[in-house]
Design a protein around this ligand. Structure first.
Ligand SMILES: [Zn+2]
Length: 339
């Protein structure tokens, strides 16, 4: 007998590796995912200097935010599907507020930018601007989609967290900045047809209405009002690592628990979903515009008729709203100094 081993036995380290990979990934998928999210959360918590000392500032009215949330997610709005009476009512409500606050109309017809798409007959974005102190600076666009799924099989999909919540905060942030003039011009964009594939955000660019070169940054809000772990996700720091220290500052100042995740490839993220293109910040990212997206993890009422406004966690919602405002103020300041 010759003393040579068959080829497959010489490859034993490879077989071992394959077995380890299968064991680590396949059966333990969900376990791995939870572990990693929790580990990230702990890492974030550990860099917050003094959780006890941080108190959430009160610049936004949570009463007004909650009132807007209840109104937008009310059954009478019928889930705000594009082209419906409920959508029209929501649009009138947002436009009336923009008018009250003295926002400059920035649509194609007043505040409105109507568009069509093969997936939607007629949809309308609502755009209003607050002029910045420094006219040489580019625009910061603040987005939240106001549409939702509408009525399906006779059931109203209220879309309270998704995304009456972001729309309500957008309205209250418009109030704040109308009284506290920013450095950059801020464009407030309540977008339509996000649920049909980010159509409103795409239409900003495909129509030529917005020139990407004139935009400095996008802050997107989508689902801010509830989370059992009281965690808010900040998406975008993987693509723009210079944002990390800004998010850290927001956490330290607001007592918010923010996890920077859901924006990296699976081999770095341990199987957590990549949300880089999952909401209206996606088309901004595709245009090369830096962004941050604030939102919570999916919950059992996500895209269900049970996403109603009574489920909002007022205390948590106040923190996420203030954290989003803090970040927007910070990015306005930092980008005006950076030039
Ligand atoms: Zn949404």
């Amino acid at each position: 007998m010759h003393n040579h081993r068959s080829w497959y036995r010489r490859l034993w380290p490879l077989w071992l590796l394959i077995i380890i990979v299968i064991l680590a990934w396949w059966p333990g998928r969900s376990i791995l995912m939870n572990t990693l999210t929790e580990r990230e959360a702990q890492r974030i918590a550990s860099i917050t200097p003094d959780q006890g000392a941080a108190t959430t500032p009160e610049r936004l009215s949570i009463e007004r935010i909650m009132a807007d949330l209840h109104w937008l997610a009310d059954a009478e709005r019928e889930g705000r599907a594009p082209g419906t009476d409920g959508s029209q009512a929501a649009r009138d409500y947002i436009i009336e507020r923009f008018q009250e606050l003295g926002l400059t109309p920035a649509g194609t017809e007043g505040y409105e930018q109507a568009f069509t798409h093969e997936r939607v007959e007629r949809a309308v974005n609502i755009l209003g601007a607050i002029e910045g102190q420094d006219p040489t600076l580019r625009t910061i666009v603040i987005t939240a989609h106001y549409d939702h799924l509408g009525v399906r099989n006779g059931q109203i999909y209220h879309g309270s967290d998704d995304n009456a919540s972001g729309t309500s905060v957008l309205l209250e942030m418009a109030r704040y900045f109308s009284e506290n003039q920013p450095q950059h011009t801020l464009l407030f964009a309540a977008l339509d047809s996000e649920e049909r594939g980010l159509l409103g955000a795409h239409a900003l660019f495909t129509s030529g209405h917005l020139d990407p070169k004139t935009i400095a940054f996008n802050v997107n809000m989508d689902m801010l009002s509830r989370n059992t772990d009281e965690l808010l996700y900040a998406v975008g720091t993987y693509h723009h690592p210079w944002l990390v220290r800004l998010v850290q500052r927001v956490q330290a100042e607001n007592g918010a628990r923010i996890v920077m995740a859901h924006d990296r490839p699976w081999f770095k993220a341990g199987h957590t979903d990549d949300w880089t293109l999952s909401s209206d910040h996606g088309p901004f990212h595709e245009q090369g515009i830096p962004f941050i997206y604030f939102g919570v993890a999916d919950h059992p009422d996500y895209h269900a008729p049970t996403d109603t406004s009574d489920k909002a966690d007022e205390a948590f919602f106040r923190i996420t709203a203030e954290a989003t405002l803090s970040f927007t103020k910070l990015i306005d300041q930092v980008l005006s100094e950076k030039r």
